[in-house]
Design a protein around this ligand. Structure first.
Ligand code: NAP
Length: 265
């Protein structure tokens, strides 16, 4: 199990932990011995099933309803954890939305604002609240690494996602730039900041109307010929959180099955 240097297992907060990548990450974090808090917006039942699964590994676990796109709710989330949860060691900014899909002129200004509110502004406020707390660790407490932030990006940050979801891609590009800058600002404080950028992962995010449909055609555009699983991303996030990544900060780790290719017909 990976702990901070005082051998007090600091907690890990995973935003958007009720489903998909966040769910797998929360469960892997609990398996590794970290107390875990997840957030959710709508799926209370799913969120509580994650908590039960996490507790089965013998750690404290909690689910808090908090819309990351609402900065007041973000602040209340951290204040709630101050009261009766172990101090945070890890923050996984996983909550993310794609918003409306289509060509740019089909996407409303309100949807663009929602995407940036959740994916960028909420993520930044989570980082701020996290850093305010790890700053309270006294100087000379002997901890080399007082905290780790892992932010979720997407290949859309580079590809731009034309005709699909340009604002989402732009929001993830902002996440990457923000993370690289923040990593440099807080490195001397003992905080590492990294990005995991998943490829096409088999989660609900691909089925906005809730109807699962074949993704075979999409899978065939991926070098490995398949979508990734949420657990494969969770493993990368866990490595970023671990002491094995002790010299890794400001990195963007692409976990994408080799990336997209054009196949010969
Ligand atoms: P997902 O299956 O759609 O799950 C989203 C999770 O985030 C759910 O737990 C949801 O809670 C929560 N959530 C949604 N809006 C939220 C908000 N405003 N505040 C707090 N929580 C919120 O997503 P995913 O595919 O696992 O994606 C996770 C992250 O990876 C995202 O940042 C996404 O952009 C990124 N990513 C995913 C892929 C992919 O192919 N899946 C590829 C690249 C990047 P409820 O259950 O309550 O709705």
């Amino acid at each position: 199990m990976t702990m901070n240097k005082t051998q007090q297992p600091g907690a890990v907060l995973v935003t958007g932990g009720s489903r998909g990548i966040g769910r797998s990450t929360a469960i892997e974090a609990a398996r590794a011995g970290y107390p875990v808090c997840i957030t959710y917006v709508q799926n209370e039942t799913e969120a509580h099933s994650v908590v039960e699964q996490a507790k089965s590994y013998g750690v404290q676990a909690r689910a808090i309803q908090a819309d990351v796109g609402d900065l007041t709710q973000v602040r209340s989330l951290f204040e709630a954890l101050d009261v009766d949860f172990p101090p945070l060691y890890g923050l996984v900014n996983n909550a993310g939305i794609i918003g409306q899909r289509g060509s740019m002129l089909d996407i409303s200004a309100e949807s663009v604002a929602d995407v940036f509110a959740v994916n960028v502004l909420g993520l930044i406020e989570c980082c701020r609240q996290f850093l305010l707390r790890v700053d309270r660790v006294p100087e000379g407490s002997g901890r080399e690494c007082v905290g780790v932030i892992v932010n979720l990006s997407s290949g859309a940050a580079q590809e731009g996602a034309p005709f699909h979801y340009i604002p989402y891609g732009a929001s993830k590009a902002a996440v990457e730039t923000f993370s690289v800058g923040l990593a440099k600002e807080v490195a001397a404080k003992g905080v590492r900041v990294n990005v995991v950028s998943p490829g096409v992962i088999d989660t609900d995010i691909h089925y906005p109307d809730g109807v699962r449909k074949s993704m075979e055609a999409l899978a065939q555009t991926i070098a490995m010929g398949r979508m990734g699983t949420p657990q494969e991303i969770a493993h990368a996030i866990m490595w970023m959180l671990s002491a094995e990544a002790s010299y890794v900060s400001g990195a963007v780790l692409r976990v994408a099955g080799g990336g997209r290719i054009l196949r010969r017909t």
